[in-house]
Design a protein around this ligand. Sequence first.
Ligand code: DAH
Length: 349
Amino acid sequence: MEPKDYEQQISNIVLKARLVLDDVNDLEGLTNFRNTYLAKKSELSSLMGKMKEIPAEERGAFGKAVNDARANIENAFNEKKEAIEHKALKEKLKKERIDLTLPGRTHASGKMNPCWIIIDEMCDIFASMGFDIVEGRDVETDHFNFELLNVPKDHPARDMQDTFYIDDSLLLRTQTSAAQAHTMLENEEKKPIKMICPGKCFRRDDDDATHSHQFGQIEGLVVDKGISLADLKGTLELFVKKMFGEKREIRLRSSFFPFTEPSVEVDVSCAKCGGKGCNMCKGTGWIEILGAGEVNPEVLRMCGYDPAVYSGFAFGVGVERLAMLRYGIDDIRRIYANDIRFLKDFSEK
Ligand code: DAH
């Protein structure tokens, strides 16, 4: 091969390569270009293979010319590669640009169900008066739910608590009062007791605005020497003032529960009218909130406390009822419907 032949060939290859490179504008095009013009099987490489055909004294110049051409194409390739990568990066940054001035996304947070607000608050109030918080059980035996509370089989009081029985002796607790018997019996040394027990209760009631087959109760029990109805009244008065406000008064009306003697029903003066009478208190000025009384000596005896030495008081209060009074909820079913708009109305204090 004459020098002018290969020089011409080399400059043709370079010219063609640069023309092709001009039209390359993405990474895929770059890869194709490299495979065609710079890889082992490129035209330049096969030209190099023709070294043998070159007269010996020309070979140095020939080799240099081919290498220069390769360097030329390689430089152009690298420049192009840099430009394409730069452009791609710029586009990516533009696409992924973050607007720091946009407001952040807030997460919707859950709210406490009003019943839990009441339970938490009651536990705080009674704990501050030295009461223990005791946990009961949802599934009870007939023995603890009724018998030990002085409600034997066929006792008319059972009619008031239509029960979900699991079998002859197991049932879904109808009242947290069952925790009274557990607490007294489990207290082996028969020490004084001061406890409250929040829990779920179940009754075969038809659900309506004021009844639910499942509801919450909080039981209270104090057993010690010399406990009287005055202690009950003082304790409940303090509780009501803390829960419903300093101005609230309570009154005790005589009632009947098999596990207390005497038994009372406790009313609180109406928060809406202050006792004058309104639609909320049905014109009476008072609203019933709970049942209570002095622990029946028979219950103390069955639970291992000598009624000649010990006395006590007990009370049981409906959680939903307190929530409805506090928040003016007119239908108990709203408490369970899980409507977020309803739940949002209550904030933790
Ligand atoms: N267990 C009663 C009920 O569910 C409420 C009650 C009344 C509890 C008087 C008591 C009490 O501890 O002394 O209707």
